[in-house]
Design a protein around this ligand. Structure first.
Ligand SMILES: *Cc1c(COP(=O)(O)O)cnc(C)c1O
Length: 332
């Protein structure tokens, strides 16, 4: 039995954004995992409920993890670590480490939580697994007890958080929410693969959806297919009762020009989603995934389907890009 601690505010709402659904012409529901918490909110809490339980069980006193400079995962780790009395060391990727980390968005929250930030270049980031291990060795040498969490909290343990999320949606359907019927497809943003792996396993196990449509925000589809398959195997080894995953389609059509850079069209749809649905999507993850969903709807690929969009959070990543949106806000 895999250990877990309660950190998220659950269940998160399962909502029908009526006006947005009409605009898209899609039978659309939204699972509000942007509401899993306060400043620590987003999809990473569900993974960290299990990963931090393992850290505590091992007697760790220092969490070590990595991500992009504005990593939501690093921020959630820093805040939840602080709440549990654990120190965090965050190894963050940035184009120019010498320029430092601007005190805004997730970095502000990391620093408020007392996390130690170490900046590295994208080239150094390629060796992140070895780098995290060397930071752990350093902590050990100084008498500390490190616990290394991989990028995005995406390993078999972390993915089990999204298996449980699917159990939660199953219970909501059983209560009659979203008219009680399973979905045809779940659409979500993917950056490190753990959410996709857990969704695919949980959606099948709890009969929540036939297909998981994974919108990647960086890299290419074959890379993520390989990464997600590896995480699926790890999670199934931890929970052998899990059967085969749901159909997983890794879609790179909404990836945009680069990680954390959205197209003007994606920004326009982010603004539309706020105006029609009161949803705050971000230009790094959820805005790209939702734009991908919208484009699928326009191409007729979602005709007659029941669609669940998983809102994975990411608000600080929107707020640090305020300037990019200045031109997109004119009233229609
Ligand atoms: C990390 C993150 C994702 C991607 O989840 P992975 O499990 O890393 O693929 C999606 N949305 C937001 C807001 C995130 O922070």
């Amino acid at each position: 039995m895999v250990r877990r601690i309660n950190l998220a505010h659950l269940p998160t709402p399962l909502q029908r954004p009526t006006r947005l659904a009409e605009a898209l012409g899609v039978d659309l529901y939204v699972k509000r995992d942007d509401m899993t918490g306060g400043a620590e909110a987003g999809n990473k809490i569900r993974k960290l409920e299990i990963l931090l339980a393992a850290a505590l069980a091992e007697g760790a006193d220092t969490l070590i993890t990595c991500g992009g400079i504005q990593s939501n995962h690093a921020r959630a780790t820093a805040l939840l670590g602080a709440s549990l009395g654990l120190r965090s060391i965050l190894v963050l990727r940035t184009a120019d480490p010498a320029a430092g980390a601007p005190l805004a968005g997730n970095v502000l929250l990391d620093r408020m939580a007392g996390a130690e930030i170490r900046l590295i270049t994208p080239e150094q980031y390629r060796d992140r697994v070895a780098l995290l291990a060397s930071v752990a060795a350093e902590v050990r040498a100084a008498g500390g007890k490190p616990y290394v969490i991989p990028e995005g909290g995406s390993n078999g343990l972390g993915a089990l958080g999204y298996v449980r999320a699917m159990e939660e949606v199953r219970r909501q359907l059983d209560l009659g929410l979203a008219s009680g019927k399973p979905f045809d497809v779940i659409v979500h943003a993917c950056g490190s693969g753990g959410t996709a792996a857990g969704l695919a396993l949980g959606a099948a196990h709890y009969e929540v959806a036939e297909e998981v449509r994974t919108m990647v925000v960086c890299d290419d589809a074959p890379t993520f297919e390989r990464i997600i398959a590896g995480i699926v195997d790890e999670a199934r080894a931890l929970e052998p009762a899990l059967g085969s995953p749901a159909t997983l389609r890794v879609d790179e059509r909404a990836r945009g020009p680069a990680y954390a850079v959205a197209t003007p069209e994606q920004r326009r749809r982010i603004v539309e989603a706020a105006r029609l649905g009161g949803l705050a999507l971000d230009p790094v993850y959820t805005g790209k995934a939702f734009s991908g969903l919208w484009e699928m709807a326009e191409r007729g690929e979602l005709a007659g389907k029941r669609v669940l969009f998983l809102h994975t959070g990411g608000l600080p990543g929107l707020l640090v890009q305020a300037d990019a949106f200045a031109g997109d806000l004119a009233t229609a």
